[in-house]
Design a protein around this ligand. Structure first.
Ligand SMILES: [Ca+2]
Length: 109
């Protein structure tokens, strides 16, 4: 789960993985499979949206990049190792770049 603006306010809304339990009834977590061609490893990338409401109401940008995790090694049994920080950083930079590109395209419309 994620707490909106949790650093700056005690009363930030809390969002979880079940839309029905969220204050606005919307999804605030997406999961995307990512396969790293170099390492030949699968990741699950989790993206959270921390703003309330649908995009059309002007409340949320629905970009799901407010908190992003890349998780490797989701499988049955005992995990063997932890993802390299450089890969996680690379994914975060990639998501940031995609978001900036999407915002530029949205602004130009
Ligand atoms: Ca957002």
């Amino acid at each position: 789960m994620i707490k909106a603006n949790g650093f700056n306010t005690q009363s930030g809304k809390v969002y979880g993985s079940k839309a029905a339990n969220n204050p606005d009834g919307l999804e605030h977590l997406i999961a995307v499979n990512y396969f790293d061609q170099v390492e030949q490893v699968n990741y699950v990338v989790l993206g959270y949206e921390d703003l309330f409401g649908p995009k059309k109401s002007g409340g949320s940008d629905r970009d799901f990049n407010d908190v992003v995790f890349a998780v490797r090694g989701i499988q049955e049994g005992t995990p063997t190792d932890v993802p390299e920080p450089s890969i996680v950083l690379g994914l975060m930079v990639g998501f940031y770049g995609l978001n900036r590109l999407r915002r530029r395209q949205a602004d130009s419309i």
